[in-house]
Every structure is written in C-alpha cells, then in structure tokens.
Design a protein around this ligand. Sequence first.
Ligand code: COA
Length: 384
Amino acid sequence: MKRVAVIGVGLTKFGELWDASFSQLFVEAGTRAINDAGIDGTDVDALYVGNMSGGRFIDQEHISCLIADYAGLTPIPATRVEAACASGGLAIRQGVMAILSGMHEVVVVGGVEKMTDLSTERTTQTLATASDSEWEAFMGMTFPGLYAMMARRHMHEYGTTREQLAMVAVKNHENALHNPYAQFHVRITVEQVLGSPLVADPLRLLDCSPITDGAACVVLASEERAKEFTDSPVFITGSGQASSSIALHSRESITFVDATYNAGQEAYARAGRSPAEVQVAEVHDAFTIGEILAIEGLGLVERGEGGRATEEGETAIGGRIPVNTSGGLKAKGHPVGATGVAQVVEVVLQLRGEAGKRQVDADVGLAHNVGGSGGTAVVHILER
Ligand code: COA
C-alpha cells in the first residue's frame, strides 16, 4: 500500500490521574504530538479518537466533538472510533485510510480513557461489555476469567508453564522501569507473580494489566505533505484488521487468536514484509497469556512456542525479537481506548532512536491491538 507518515507523537503519563479530566488528558497528549510534528492546529484536516466507554466510565458520550472543542480544533470533522480495547488501533487505521483515500492530508489520531473513577467492580462490569453480554457477561464471565480459560487450555495443549506466564510480567515490568510514562516502576520476580493474589485461576494480580487513566496521540500525514514538516518521518507501511466471533465458545480454538493471525497477514502483505523481518513489536498483553497468544498469532514465534521463547529471553530487550519495550499493557498501563495509539507511539520512538534506556536497534516495527478476547484485532507495520 502507499505509505502514510507519522510526523508527531505524544503521550500523557499513564496511571491513576485524579487531577486531570478526560478532555485535559487528550489535550495534553495532542498538544505534545502537534508540537512534536511542528505543525499548528490550522494544518489539521480531521480528528479521530479511540475510546471504549466514555459513557460508562465518566458518563460522557459524544466525545469526538467534546475533544475537538477542548483541543481548539473545531470545525474540522471529528470522529469517535470504538472497538473495545482495540479502539485506538482502529482509530489509527481510520486515519490511515482517510489519508490514503485522498480525502485528508494531515490527521490527528488519539486515544483516551479515564477508568479509575469507578470501583474495580464497576470497571470489571464495564470491560465485560466487550464480551458477548448474553452468553458471557450475563453469566458472570469477566475478562480475567476469559483469558484464564485461554491460559489453562494453552498450558494443557502446549505444556506452557505457570512460570513462563509469570516471565512475561517480569520482563514487561523490567522494560517499564525505563519508560517515564509507565504506570508501574516496580521490578518484580517470578516468585512475586506466583505469590500475588489469585484473580481467575491460573491468572494472578501480577498477570493482569491494571486499571489506568491516560491518553496518546499521533499526527499522520500523506508522504507528500510530511516532507514540509520533517526530514525523518516514520512510515506506516502496512495495516490489517480482522474480526472473529465475540464469544470464546464459538471459536475453533481458544489457544490461537484467528483475528490476530488474519490482521497480521493483511498487514504483512500490504507492507511486503514477513514476520521474520519485524525487529521490535508492541503487542496486546492485557494478561500475560495475551502476549504469548499474540506473538504466536503474529508468527513471531512458532505456535505453542510463546512460553518457551519468553523463558529463553527471545522477547526481552537484547533478544531476537524484543516485545513490549514500553512495558506493555501489563506495566505501562492499559487505558483501553488509548492503548492502540500508545503502542504506535512506542514503535515510532524506537524507530526514531528516541527510546532512551529501552532503545533497541530496529528499522521495522509492529503494533498489535486486540478488542475483547479476540473479536477484533488490528495490526500496523511501521518502518523508518
Ligand atoms: N499489576 C500490578 N499491580 C497492580 C495491578 C496490576 N494489574 N492492579 C493493582 N495493582 C496494585 C495497586 O497499585 C495496589 O498497590 P498498592 O497497594 O501498593 O497501592 C494494589 O495492587 C491493590 O490495588 P487495587 O486497585 O486494590 O487492585 P484491585 O484488586 O482493585 O484490581 C485487578 C486488580 C487485577 C482486578 C485489576 O487491575 C483488573 O481488573 N485488571 C484487569 C483489567 C482488564 O481486564 N482490562 C481489560 C483487558 S481486556
């Protein structure tokens, strides 16, 4: 496909942010991205915003114009994009398609979520609306519960060990130590993961991504317009999106996320790349098993080998294919609507050589965002 340039990126700190409102978070990330791009508001043709559930988290719908208004971007078209935890990745894809269609030349894409104003119980219920409400949530199923079943089955089919799951969390917490925007700056051990409170057997507290407030933003431009603003853009060279059954019980396999596979195949084909050429990846580790399923579905490791590859350090910084250098959803945090955009921000920082102590050597990167337990997946390939 034709390339689309990422000319600016911006993040807020991720965490429990009591002193910032939903729109303030977006404006902070957006201002950073616009300043980074060296443009001003009058250059922006359109705004896309990933957000899962403003209505339930903060009693606010109609967030597209809310954000355009607070960001001073009216009257440009502003569009909200929703696909549960894949809302941010999908918003990026909408921005890419808007530019490739020729409709727009410079587009701001952001993602935002404010989750910590609710109790954990109500947050869990809100997140569970991204499952099949009739067959899963109404029966008491939660996201930790769904991923626990995937983990248990993966352990049964492939011999993945409880310790290997823990090693995903240990690695991602280690990476987050070097990410100033991350929610957690705490080194953890396998023993601590195994000793943390049980959430949904076999997953424990330290296997789970946290509940997070935060926003992320990128500025996209056509290749022609990008030259006006920067000599060193990062390009989105491939985009893929796929859907699958929303309910886990309808899938042929619960140890292979077919939407991840299909979105990855589309993104690789559009970029003219293979999994072997990817040198850094941000993947959807909402739970530790999620990272293992992601790297297998994306072909970064063989099917069933995710646990072993993690244990052998292949996915660590300095390993064969560093995964979640930002700390991932696990330790950087997971403000659901912002996550897919924040993943692209991290890959851009890596490709620009601006990732500080977590820097890896990469020309080709990948971002992978999942909605629900795999009903939606979005994959982007980025290159410098
Ligand atoms: N990882 C590491 N530490 C965590 C954590 C996590 N996921 N969640 C909470 N903590 C820490 C808190 O910082 C706090 O530490 P402190 O005592 O030092 O301040 C402590 O654990 C207790 O926090 P609390 O907020 O009381 O935890 P909780 O029991 O309310 O929530 C979970 C814990 C795991 C239930 C919650 O984080 C969760 O639901 N995560 C999954 C979110 C999710 O499903 N996202 C969508 C995926 S598709």
